[in-house]
Design a protein around this ligand. Structure first.
Ligand code: SF4
Length: 329
């Protein structure tokens, strides 16, 4: 194992062998998730989100050091080559680490993986909170533009809260520069409002988030409200003391619906949905606001069931988008 630091000082390790690496699977977190093969060449993430569904669900957060598996590119190539119909493969790169975070870029892992996707001609999508990646990565994305999609994640109300909750990630203004680059280069790009932080009833918040997308050429957004473990809820209350009462009201864990959530390494945790009457009211409002701005929205199918609106994603589906806004499936 070799240890390095990113240019902003976060530790990452190169791990040889695949013993503790995540397998490539078409794993689905909920029974209604769509099929895509997860590619996770690293565990950990230097964006350090304080609500992260992978690394912030216990008392002790586990984002760093980021472990990067040096043998993963060969494993991925073999996996693709062994697949009978590789043209049907769709990869999700990489749900357990932001593919454009500094450790992934500076270690060369992202470039290696994108080259394999390009050479093998497979489809992939990448959900990210990153700003514009370096030139060589931009070129690889352009090269595969008929087979890829970028989903830009930007959901918090302002950069002040982003700095508290997403301390390692670039601010939304930078992420939207990446979105603009994609739309101007012919790369399919959509948005994900994740997390939509349920702390006020102010419509300005929704307009602000959708306007960011609209101004950078995005016409579809998936909307995801936080699901929190008890430990994560306590952390959020400490980080946002002004909103403590509101958060405890929304995540009323004695009455809320819960889901067993799988974490890297096989651990599980119980996470709670926000109050369903709040979710129903808020998601329906968001859909209306988005419609007036000519944006479609979608959300997780489990949430559609929780808010008694199984047709919530119907308009998005007509435009070819699934629950996370992925389109080339
Ligand atoms: S970018 Fe994603 S994987 Fe990384 S810390 Fe944030 S939520 Fe977790």
């Amino acid at each position: 194992m070799e240890t390095f630091k990113t240019s902003n000082g976060i530790e990452y390790q190169f791990v040889h062998g695949l013993e503790q690496a995540e397998e490539i699977t078409d794993f689905r977190q909920t029974s209604s998730c769509f099929n895509a093969h997860e590619v996770n060449p690293a565990i950990g993430c230097d964006f350090l989100c304080r609500y992260c569904s992978m690394y912030s669900q216990y008392d002790k957060e586990e984002h760093v050091p980021v472990k990067i598996y040096s043998d993963y590119p060969n494993y991925l190539r073999d996996y693709i080559k062994k697949h009978k119909n590789k043209e049907n493969l769709i990869f999700n790169f990489s749900p357990k680490t932001d593919a454009f975070s500094l450790s992934m870029i500076e270690s060369g892992m992202t470039e290696n993986i994108l080259k394999i996707f390009d050479e093998e001609g497979v489809k992939y999508y990448i959900l990210t909170k990153s700003g514009l990646p370096p030139k060589e990565i931009q070129n690889l994305l352009i090269k595969s533009r008929d087979k890829n999609q970028i989903i830009i994640s930007s959901g918090l109300p302002n950069e002040e809260i982003e700095a508290v909750l997403e301390p390692g990630a670039p601010p939304s203004s930078k992420r939207l520069e990446f979105a603009k680059f994609c739309s101007q280069s012919g790369i399919m790009v959509t948005g994900i409002v994740a997390p939509y932080l349920p702390i006020d009833d102010d419509n300005d918040y929704a307009y602000k988030v959708f306007n960011r997308f609209l101004n950078s050429g995005i016409r579809h957004a998936s909307v995801q409200v936080l699901k929190l473990s008890v430990e994560c809820l306590n952390r959020m209350c400490k980080l946002l003391p002004k909103y403590e009462q509101r958060l405890n009201q929304l995540f009323d864990i004695n009455n809320a619906k819960s889901i067993e959530w799988k974490l890297p390494g096989g651990k599980t945790v119980i996470r709670y949905y926000a109050d369903s009457s709040y979710l129903e009211k808020e998601l329906k409002k968001l859909k209306l606001i988005a419609k007036n701005m000519n944006i479609t929205v979608s959300t997780c199918k489990e949430v559609c069931i929780n808010i008694n609106d199984v047709n919530y994603n119907a308009e998005a589906q007509q435009r070819g988008y699934n629950c996370v806004g992925f389109t080339k499936y």
